[in-house]
Design a protein around this ligand. Structure first.
Ligand code: AP5
Length: 185
């Protein structure tokens, strides 16, 4: 059983570390970014609405994202846990998540906060080259993170759920730190 949020800036390694957690714990990774990219690729109505915000590095509207998360969390493969990657991203989303998990009687165990400085992030993302990995959009994603998502650090600290983890070094070194942080939850 693992019911966690991976919190961190764009490029902090949420997706990379989620893949390792999925392999070890056998619970699904729920990435709102991946769900949205699938909707864009499938050219669904929702995807078409989300695309403009994603291309600009802005947050997609809550009605779209919350609807997707609600549907995903209600699927049976989440009964034994989940790794939330990229959700929540604002205090409003965090409050909605608390409500959703309350309805499902599956409270969060902890929130792992991957800490990486901005210059390392820009280097990583420029090297990757996803559609939204150009320098202008990366800088905007970082500033949106700073304004809207960073306040969640205090939000989860107050709830006693925050586990800060240094997100630099090799993927395996960071994973070992995450495992150590999860050891006492
Ligand atoms: P999303 O897909 O969530 O993107 P992001 O937060 O910008 O995060 P990334 O996927 O870029 O990074 P990551 O932290 O997963 O790092 P990764 O492991 O890939 O969101 C995209 C967009 O969708 C948003 O801008 C927004 O528009 C929308 N959206 C999504 N969720 C939303 C929500 N809840 N509300 C509203 N809108 C939402 O690693 C990055 C790179 O670094 C990779 O190349 C990787 O190989 C490399 N790397 C990883 N670890 C290391 C390491 N230790 N050393 C060196 N390189 C490393």
């Amino acid at each position: 059983m693992l019911k966690i949020v991976l919190l961190g800036a764009p490029g902090s390694g949420k997706g990379t570390q989620s893949a390792k957690l999925v392999e070890e714990y056998g619970v699904p990774q729920i990435s709102t970014g991946d769900l949205l990219r699938t909707a864009v690729a499938d050219q669904t109505e929702l995807g078409l609405k989300a695309k403009t915000a994603m291309d600009a590095g802005e947050l997609v509207s809550d009605d779209i994202v919350v609807g997707m998360i609600r549907e995903r969390l209600n699927q049976p493969d989440t009964e034994n846990g989940f790794i939330l990657d990229g959700f929540p991203r604002s205090e409003a989303q965090a409050e909605t998540l608390d409500e959703l998990l309350g309805e499902l009687d599956r409270p969060l165990q902890c929130v792992v906060h991957l800490k990486v400085d901005n210059e390392e992030i820009v280097q990583r993302l420029m090297a990757r080259g996803r559609a939204d990995d150009n320098e202008e959009t990366i800088r905007n994603r970082l500033s949106v993170y700073q304004e809207q998502t960073q306040p969640l650090v205090a939000y989860y600290e107050q709830q006693g759920l925050l586990k800060p983890v240094a997100g630099v070094g090799t993927v395996d070194e960071i994973y070992a730190r995450i495992k150590a942080a999860l050891a006492d939850v």
